[in-house]
Ligand binder design. Sequence first.
Ligand SMILES: NC(=O)c1ccc[n+]([C@@H]2O[C@H](COP(=O)([O-])OP(=O)(O)OC[C@H]3O[C@@H](n4cnc5c(N)ncnc54)[C@H](O)[C@@H]3O)[C@@H](O)[C@H]2O)c1
Length: 342
Amino acid sequence: MKNIMVTGGAGFIGSNFIKYVLANFDYNIINFDKLTYAGNLENLSEIESDKRYRFVKGDICEKKEVEKTVEEYSIDAIVNFAAESHVDRSILGAKEFINTNVMGTHVLLEVLKEKGLEKYLQVSTDEVYGSLPEDKKEILFTEKTPITTNSPYSASKASADLLCNAFYHTFRLPILITRCSNNYGPYQFPEKLIPLMIAKALNGEKLPVYGDGKNVRDWLYVQDHCSAIIKVLQEGTHGEVYNIGGNNEWYNIDIVKLILDKLGKGEDMIQYVKDRPGHDRRYAIDSAKIMNELGWSPEYNFESGIEITVKWYIENMNWWKKVMSGEYLKYYERNYGEKVNQ
Ligand SMILES: NC(=O)c1ccc[n+]([C@@H]2O[C@H](COP(=O)([O-])OP(=O)(O)OC[C@H]3O[C@@H](n4cnc5c(N)ncnc54)[C@H](O)[C@@H]3O)[C@@H](O)[C@H]2O)c1
């Protein structure tokens, strides 16, 4: 395995993954991204001149584009991050979620089959397991927890996982699935909880919190997700699912209060708003399998991860202000122009 195609590499986790891999391993990375609103090449500016890195603007739903890139760069493995990833947007309209998350994954699996690649890793989510009871802290999601999807987003991700499973069993393809809990860290689009709250607080705006704020999520620092993915890619057993989590459950409201505290702002900035329809109450991951079988463990605890994250958003206001204003969309034209493959 030498040449890895990372789909969705201009997004939050994908861009962190590319930088993590280039810093720690000797693979060539081909970042294949459609550059939707969530794709921001500025996330990768520090490595864009690395000889082991190439960017290709492309859509995973377009088989010819995927095939062309796989052939041109002699791709050995695909790590699929490309997705519509925001639950709120899936409630407003599910079509793009089904297109990219389901149909796009199907295209990648067909290419995997036809080209006989060495590996395919599907980056999935704990949201496919539905919601856990709030009062039974001993119950966690394991890889055997039945799929129960409550949002169009989770339904589209679960559909993709089921396709991966079917392609493994039917065609014996080298497929791996990871299901991770909520990520946080630098370069996360400021529509997601942690960066949104930091940005609002720094802007002096009210911080909107859904419902009673008592939804529970299990938070993992993005770099720990990246190290888990590479571990599974290198050492995982084909056809298996690996849960990834931080054993770090927090009520949303407590995260918001912690951020305010770190920024020296008062809790009067919190504004409770009408809950999201179908809002899952609690997610919590059991990572025993990846820890015991592959020897992975997170490097960051929540204290260090959130400290780095809040500091990063304070020091990189320019980054998220450009994202919020839409200015970041011009980066691609300005810096790549004619240079990229279309
Ligand atoms: N963010 C989390 O907390 C989390 C947790 C677990 C799993 N995941 C999964 O990890 C993956 C990445 O999440 P993220 O938060 O970085 O998402 P993101 O929204 O920040 O990035 C998604 C990227 O995919 C690209 N993309 C979208 N449609 C495409 C298409 N049709 N063809 C090619 N590229 C396309 C976008 O341009 C963007 O760069 C997703 O599959 C998501 O389901 C995310």
